[in-house]
Design a protein around this ligand. Structure first.
Ligand code: GTP
Length: 305
């Protein structure tokens, strides 16, 4: 089976990390007909770059003043956002021990100087293609096709890691379940296709409010969405849930068979501080009880506790 890739090779961004400008320019020229390239001149700059924008691959000079290539590689492989970026070292060192150090730091490959242009191009190309296939598989496994949000698989996969992190930092997890009110009637009145468009609009608003790097929105069921808000206490969770419910109300998406005459959301929210004592199911269950309460109290509102 051919796995559909998320973008083309020429759209990929390779970050070249080299303190020697001439050497960096040579690598950029060699790779110019394979992909897009940007250059930074130190490991520190590379880390800052990756915090703002994640490249598809890094070509790193092994020996740089200050933080060297090996340390940079170890650092990037530790971080969740950068752990899957292929890293290729360029080294003038032909010693076996240097090669071993590259592998041990987590590098995906290395090329030796003097550079053979064809070899560098093919290595970069092969690693980029593997990365594109991995990205495509990740999005097929973890993305909801209608809304582009994460799916339930992602939540199950992500929760153990997230809860370990929150435990270490002694921080709470905020979680909100949103459910579109009278959505069966919406489909019945306007048709399934319009129903899908309505879900896409709701998803857009939820994504907009998922502002911090580790916040996440998941399409949990048909018209049910879960928002994960790490490091967020009860008052923060309440504020965000209320803003989203109000925003959907303000959007004024017509719904003739709702008593509100527009599309609305109900929300059940929690903030759990002793996360180690609770499974994902327990946290969801608590939020779901609150959601049920919001529905009982007349919908278009948030219940938190
Ligand atoms: N258009 C569309 N509809 C969906 C999708 N997934 C689920 N639904 C519909 O969502 C509706 C949910 O109905 P209910 O669970 O009865 O909820 P409700 O009508 O919103 O009732 P309350 O939650 O009590 O306000 C069902 O009619 C499903 O067919 C989807 O992907 N697209």
């Amino acid at each position: 089976m051919q796995i559909p890739t998320t973008k083309h090779l020429e759209q990929c961004l390779v970050l070249i990390v080299d303190d020697d400008r001439i050497s960096a320019a040579l690598v950029a020229t060699i790779l110019s007909n394979v992909c897009r390239c940007l250059t930074v001149s130190s490991a520190g700059e590379a880390i800052m770059f990756c915090q703002k924008r994640v490249p598809d691959l890094l070509v790193v000079d092994l020996n740089m003043p200050g933080m060297g290539g090996l340390e940079l590689c170890r650092e990037l492989k530790k971080q969740r956002d950068t752990e899957n970026i292929p890293i290729i070292f360029i080294t003038a060192d032909h010693e076996e021990s240097a090669q071993l150090s590259c592998w041990q730091s987590g590098a995906n490959d290395f090329v030796t100087k003097p550079l053979v242009a064809d070899t560098l191009q093919h290595r970069v190309k092969n690693h980029l293609l593997s990365k594109l296939r991995l990205d495509a598989l990740m999005s097929l496994s973890f993305q909801d096709t209608l809304t582009g949000l994460f799916n339930r698989n992602y939540l199950k996969h992500e929760y153990p890691r997230l809860s370990r992190q929150l435990m270490r930092d002694n921080q709470p997890l905020g979680l909100i379940i949103f459910d579109v009110d009278f959505f069966k009637q919406y489909n019945d009145s306007y048709g399934h296709l319009k129903g899908d468009m309505c879900l896409e609009k709701v998803a857009g608003v939820l994504s907009y409010y998922s502002r911090r790097a580790r916040d996440a929105v998941i399409r949990y069921g048909g018209e049910e969405f879960v928002m994960l808000l790490p490091n967020t206490g009860l008052s923060g969770v309440k504020e965000i849930a209320a803003m989203i419910v109000a925003e959907i109300h303000q959007l004024d998406i017509p719904h003739k068979n709702s008593p509100f005459k527009r599309v609305t959301l109900s929300a059940g929210a929690v903030s759990v501080s002793d996360i180690e004592k609770h499974s994902l199911n327990e946290v969801i269950e608590q939020a779901d009880i609150n959601l049920y309460d919001a529905k009982l109290r007349g919908k278009n509102q948030v219940v938190i506790g």
